[in-house]
Design a binder for this molecule. Sequence first.
Ligand code: SAH
Ligand code: SF4
Ligand code: F3S
Length: 375
Amino acid sequence: MKYFIVTYGCQMNVHESEKIAGILEKLGYQEADKRENADIIVFNTCAIREGAEDRVFGNVGNLKKLKKQKKDLIIVLCGCMTQKEATAQKMLRTFPFVDIVIGTFNLPKLGDYIEAVKKGRQLEIWQEGEIDELLPYKRTSGDNAWVNIMQGCNNFCTYCIVPYVRGREKSRKEANILKEIKEIVAEGKYKKITLLGQNVNSYGKDLNPPVSFAKLLKDICAVEGDFKLSFMTSHPKDLTDEVIDVIASEEKIEKFIHLPAQSGNNRILQKMNRKYTREKYLEIIEKIRAKIPKCHITSDFIVGFPGETEEEFEDTCSLVREVKFDSIFAFMYSPREGTVASKMEEQIPENIKNERVNKLLKLEKQIQKEEKYGK
Ligand code: SAH
Ligand code: SF4
Ligand code: F3S
């Protein structure tokens, strides 16, 4: 019996697919080289932007032929997109050949759904779930080992679907994280360890007693062995001086910070509920550069947030010019059903969003060139 997993979205999902592979291998499945050779196909989906969802719809549709040729093929849809009940129902309706549709919290029970599928199609979406402390992983990312330190998000940025599909922040116990790190190091196959969380800087606030992210980093670095440590994603409002100091002082930590700014304009930042200002963001960047010379800094930006004027977009451009990031991701704002921003008036037309994203990316390219070759 063979499995094939198709993964969309962020590193969190990539790692979750390693968990799915771990579960399937425990059930006796082996990895197939292509989907045509699989007995079970899993789509681990992403809901962050409409484009991500459209891709899933198209690609699941393409499985119809395969299912016709292979009646026993099991098709599973899981991840952030199917965590939304309405989308899950729609997918069941649209794709009668799909067997199992589950949400993000149901994953540990995947084996049970596969067993139950003999009796009929399975649809189950839990609204809450415990954080998986000790599931089997099949690591698939070369010499990098992902380690999940927390799940969920409490920030409710007004454009973002993540808090709705991943639930509230839950941190893993420090002892379990350290145990996993020691096992990874002992295996001797991994040069890099990357800690994952939607908002790693608020790690441990929910633990009893609380543990700070800075302490977690220090304790991981104290694990004997040869490895480089990095983490994502940091939220500017929670990045403490203590964390910056630890990155500066610990040799094992990569001198790299992904620090999404989203916008360079204070009115838009407030409407996004980001809880920092342009000035505060720039202050953090200054601090990082003072304490960690040559630190690589990257960022995410959203253009065309509801109501964003041309001048407000220019503020984003000027921030990009001012900071000179090592690289940036720029996204056109995509309304997500159920979020606050999707109900805001003054949604920006697609063609303007498109113009702005191209402008920002062009600017970024130009800055990179200037940094490399001089003006
Ligand atoms: N937890 C991380 C990132 C999550 S999503 C953080 O807080 O930074 C990754 C990126 O997708 C975000 O940084 C944002 O730039 C973008 N994004 C999120 N929701 C979006 C939406 N509705 N439309 C366009 N881009 C979005
Ligand atoms: Fe989304 Fe904001 Fe949470 Fe990041 S911090 S996952 S952008 S709500
Ligand atoms: Fe997408 Fe879910 Fe990640 S919405 S970006 S896969 S947390």
